[in-house]
Design a protein around this ligand. Structure first.
Ligand code: FRU
Length: 443
């Protein structure tokens, strides 16, 4: 197989298509990362399955195959996104069974079912029979047929479920359900913000540093110069009775539908899909696969309530010897690498076909001509940025600014397995990175 652009640090589908991360969990001494998977459809389509990776250390990953298929009348058009919670010696998985009836339907107000389905597993990949827990008739009357992506968590002795929804008036919102036993779910409330998109996908709710946050991926927000630049957005609100201060998770081209989970050492970790709807193309599609997940990122609450994201510290163990590159010198760096720099003034950094610029206020990444396969320019307002870290993989960049206060992720497709770096008015430190072990077993 032609392995050009195969990622060495990011989870990809062995073949076909990947989108949202699902069911993120720590269970029986392993990390579990499920994902929306269409092994036989390079462009995704609707009939999504769940693929599964597991790892003991988030540094070497084992693909165990396709573990959930759309094979019942309740999920016939796709085993859509969902989450997992550990219950005794089982992992409980909750996901959306998508059903599109054949006929003359608009699929918003009719013709579509969205079922919350539960399966359990003792080993992470062999699933029990499917049990439908909620159907459209169980959702409030003000909802359209678009209700999906259950994220379940436990607080004390109660379980909660948050679902993304589109109302009959095309407003986005989330529904909260409650359960004592993970099977019988009672509707509690809908939380929303007026005029903030028509649909909220892939919600999440978590506590961090004493604050409650609700994360959503809204569709239909107005695009700005430095915010909501992508086709669809993804960010978090503070939640204290109402939703306030929407902040985007990532200002790059490729980011959507993130999910959080707790590592056994107490870290709150987020993984997103490093992709974006039908907005751009990826030349790996011609090689038989496309799309990947972001690196797992550790979250922390800063004093002002913003969430700081950093690549998991495990990445540091992959670093080789550091080289310092002075302002104005050009180097050809082998991928993957980890680049760090202190920022004291405006600078530019050329990285292969991408120009990065910081003017003291706005940081931008811009592709030359059509080298971005539909990606052009993305900006973030990053006043007084003190530092920058870039994790470059074979075909992606994650740029962490100001200690992880702002992140920009993008796919990029260099000619070879190196990238030319030209720093201007900035000194950089470059660590080569060893690749992770990705055992995809030819599945
Ligand atoms: C988000 C999403 C989810 C849905 C899944 C289907 O990217 O549209 O709302 O469950 O993808 O693959």
């Amino acid at each position: 197989m032609n392995t050009k652009w195969r990622q060495q640090l990011h989870l990809e589908p062995p073949k076909g298509w990947l989108n949202d991360p699902n069911g993120l969990s720590w269970f029986k001494n392993k990390y579990h990362v499920y994902f929306q998977y269409a092994p036989d459809n390079i462009n995704g389509g609707v009939k999504k399955c769940w693929g599964h990776y597991e790892s003991t250390d988030m540094l070497s990953w084992n693909f165990t195959g396709t573990v959930l298929f759309p094979d019942t009348p309740y999920d016939a058009s796709g085993a859509y996104s969902g989450s997992a919670v550990v219950n005794g010696d089982e992992l409980y998985i909750f996901y959306t069974g998508n059903v599109k009836h054949i006929g003359d339907y608009d699929y918003v107000y009719n013709g579509r079912e969205a079922n919350v389905i539960k399966v359990t597993t003792k080993d992470g990949h062999n699933m029990t029979a499917k049990q439908v827990l909620l159907r459209n008739s169980d959702y409030p009357d003000f909802c359209s047929c678009h209700v999906r992506d259950p994220k379940v968590w436990r607080k004390y002795d109660t379980y909660y479920m948050i679902l993304g929804a589109r109302t009959l008036d095309s407003e986005g919102g989330v529904l909260i359900y409650q359960s004592a036993d993970l099977t019988d779910w009672r509707y509690k409330k809908c939380i929303s913000v007026p005029n903030f998109g028509y649909m909220w996908e892939c919600p999440d709710c978590f506590e961090l540093g004493g604050s409650t946050y609700i994360s959503v991926s809204p569709q239909g927000l107005a695009h700005g110069e430095t915010e909501n630049q992508n086709l669809f957005s993804s960010g978090y609100f503070h939640y204290g009775g109402e939703l306030t201060d929407f902040t985007e998770w990532d200002y790059g081209f490729d980011f959507y539908a993130p999910q959080t989970f707790d590592a056994p050492d107490g870290r709150k970790i987020l993984i997103g899909w490093m992709g974006m709807g039908d907005a751009y193309t990826n030349p790996t599609a011609e090689l038989g696969w496309q799309q990947c997940l972001t690196l797992p990122r550790e979250l922390a609450r800063s004093a002002d309530g913003a969430i700081i994201q950093k690549p998991i510290r495990e990445i540091d163990t992959l670093r080789g010897k550091c080289t310092s590159i002075a302002d104005g010198t050009s180097v050809t760096a082998a991928l993957p690498f980890d680049l760090c720099a202190s920022v004291t003034k405006p600078f530019t950094l050329r990285l292969d076909s991408i120009m990065m610029k910081y003017d003291g206020e706005i940081f931008s990444i811009e592709f030359d001509g059509d080298t971005g396969f539909g990606r052009d320019i993305r900006r973030v307002r990053a006043n007084n940025c003190h530092d920058m870290r870039i994790i470059a993989d074979m075909s992606s960049l994650e740029v962490y600014l100001d200690g992880g206060r702002y992140v920009m992720s993008t796919r990029f497709y260099p000619e070879g397995s190196t990238a030319e770096l030209i720093p201007n008015r900035i000194d950089i430190e470059l660590y080569p990175l060893k690749g992770m072990e990705m055992n995809i077993n030819g599945k």
